[in-house]
Design a binder for this molecule. Structure first.
Ligand code: ADP
Ligand code: MG
Length: 519
């Protein structure tokens, strides 16, 4: 799993300003895009539509009984059907259908009671049949939508034209084969759902937000593992520009097979800049397929874009039309989990969290479950829990590329620490020290507080004594303070904290200093 997809806080939480400086190729995007990435150079509007391929998490392939598990030796999981042998027949995997319907219902789409598998014909070494079985005119899912949250906090509806079932192709391998190319057909026949958006997206940032939303959703639905490094979740980005105010679509380029959120953003930014520069210098965008090169940070032309008629689509005579019964759809509807938006809304109302916090904490079911487990132990401190899960915990998990479910910091253990902040045994500052020790050594908060003697000093007498000593040791500063230099208050706070190794209760210390310093 890529870092961005797996860990709690992905690209969004990190400052993004610096990224635009990387590599030579972003030169142009740096000058054209403003900091928010929302709008290219005035006068132009960007139009983007994404085609997302999500591998469905079935155990066997869409038309054969071969395993879909990742990582087997080449061609160990390719049956005669996947190899395209003559005389074999495809048999549809019912679980793939169930998963597609699950997705369709979750995006409020129309589920086709009848859909049709079609052959998409093209020649490629990793496609032994000479065609890919897909859906063309009658896809199983059509006309849905998702809401995304934009950088300014507002929401936007993104239309989903269709989501159809199809089989994945094999892979060509070029490395370690002495200059030859190998073909691995383990992936051939793996079920995919291709999710095609309307050209509703207007910036690279919106495209990333949308892709993340779909990623979150398919994992909630448990229809795709979302593993981007293994290629389980990837997208093609269609990008065009047009004069602002125009309602005619510009000519688009399609950037193929992008498998990270960061690359989607960079590839689109590059492409926008390229197209605008091309047009402004008198050229014309040609409709073509391009590849993104992450090392160079640029897109490169791969081939002229095929038209649908190049593929000679026709209904696959080996497969009957797919009929989906009403009670099947209802059963799938019944089985849907609480969806991301519903969960986020509940987090806002139940725990009083901001929309932003609720969105971050519900980005994955694992994270949301973790948060709720923490809150069950400190029910009066939902905001404190949110801050710690999204702050300290996310930071260390991110640093070590760990998942929240990794077990390094069980929810009960973090809750143990928060309990001690809530009951004022330790201050928030000391808690960070305790947290570090918990992370490093795996001990509970109470054990660390006891062994390191970190218990907060709440005894008024003890704090007063510490204040008096500090005042006695710093007569000059005291005199200046009394003569009106009020900002020295902070100096005294710092000195007493130092004298008590940071353990004085901050609120009490403030109160007492206010009384004692003026004399
Ligand atoms: P295909 O790529 O197979 O020809 P479509 O024509 O249906 O399929 O378009 C695929 C994707 O391209 C969709 O997500 C659609 O929103 C997007 N798209 C179509 N035209 C444009 C355009 N001019 N600019 C940007 N995106 C576009
Ligand atoms: Mg396409």
């Amino acid at each position: 799993m890529t870092k961005s997809s797996g860990t709690i806080l992905d690209g969004d939480s990190r400052p993004r300003g610096g990224e635009a400086q990387e590599g030579s190729s972003t030169k142009s995007s740096g000058t054209i895009l403003d900091g928010t990435g929302r709008e290219p150079r005035s006068g132009w509007e960007t139009v983007i539509g994404l085609e997302i391929h999500a591998q469905l998490a079935t155990r066997s392939k869409i038309f054969s009984g071969a395993s879909t598990a990742y990582g087997a030796p080449p061609n160990a999981q390719a049956s005669l059907v996947d190899l395209g042998f003559p005389g074999v027949l495809p048999v549809l995997n019912g679980d793939a259908v169930r998963m597609a319907v699950r997705f369709g219902l979750a995006i409020g789409a129309r589920i086709a009671r009848q859909s049709v598998f079609a052959r998409k014909n093209y020649f490629y070494p990793d496609l032994p049949k000479g065609y890919q079985i897909s859906q063309y005119e009658l896809p199983i899912v059509a006309q849905g939508a998702l809401e995304i949250v934009l950088d300014d906090g507002s929401t936007k509806r993104v239309g989903i034209t269709r989501a159809h079932l199809e089989e994945d192709a094999g892979k060509s391998l070029h490395e370690g084969l002495g200059g030859l190319t190998g073909v691995d057909l383990n992936r051939a026949g793996t079920p995919l759902i291709e999710i095609v958006s309307e050209p509703d997206l207007r910036s690279a940032r919106e495209a990333v937000a949308y892709m993340k939303k779909v990623h979150t959703l398919v994992r909630y639905l448990e229809i795709c593992d979302g593993n981007m490094q293994e290629g389980s979740f990837r997208c093609d980005a269609n990008v065009s520009v047009r004069p602002k105010g125009s309602d005619k679509l510009g000519t688009r380029a399609e950037i193929k097979n992008i498998n990270s959120f960061r690359f989607v953003e960079k590839a689109i930014q590059y492409e926008i800049a390229r197209q605008i520069e091309l047009i402004e210098s008198g050229g014309k965008v040609v409709q073509e397929t391009r590849l993104y090169d992450p090392d160079k940070g640029e897109t490169r032309s791969m081939r002229a874009k095929e038209e649908a008629n190049d593929y000679r689509y026709f209904p696959d005579p080996d497969l009957l039309p797919l009929a989906v019964a009403e009670d099947f759809i209802e059963a799938v509807r019944e089985s849907l989990p609480e969806l991301p938006d519903e969960k986020a809304a509940r987090f806002s109302s139940q725990y009083g969290l901001s929309a932003y916090d609720a969105g971050v904490l519900t980005a994955s079911r694992e994270l949301a479950d973790y948060y709720e487990e923490v809150v069950r132990t400190v029910p009066r401190e939902p905001k404190l829990a949110a801050n710690w899960v999204m702050g300290e915990l996310a930071a260390v998990l991110n640093k070590e590329s760990l998942e929240v479910g990794s077990g390094r910091m069980p929810a009960a253990r973090l809750a143990g620490l928060l309990t001690r902040i809530a009951d004022e045994t330790i201050s928030g500052k000391i808690a960070k020290e305790v947290f570090e020790a918990m992370w490093a050594g795996g001990e509970g908060a109470d054990a660390i507080i006891a062994s390191k003697g970190l218990k907060q000093i709440t005894d008024t007498g003890a704090i007063e004594r510490a204040i008096e000593e500090v005042m006695a040791r710093n007569p000059g500063q005291l005199a200046e303070f009394r003569a009106g230099k009020e900002k020295l208050f902070g100096f005294f706070v710092g000195q007493v904290m130092k004298a008590t190794q940071g353990k004085a209760n901050p609120a009490q210390l403030n109160e007492l200093l206010k009384k004692k310093l003026p004399g």
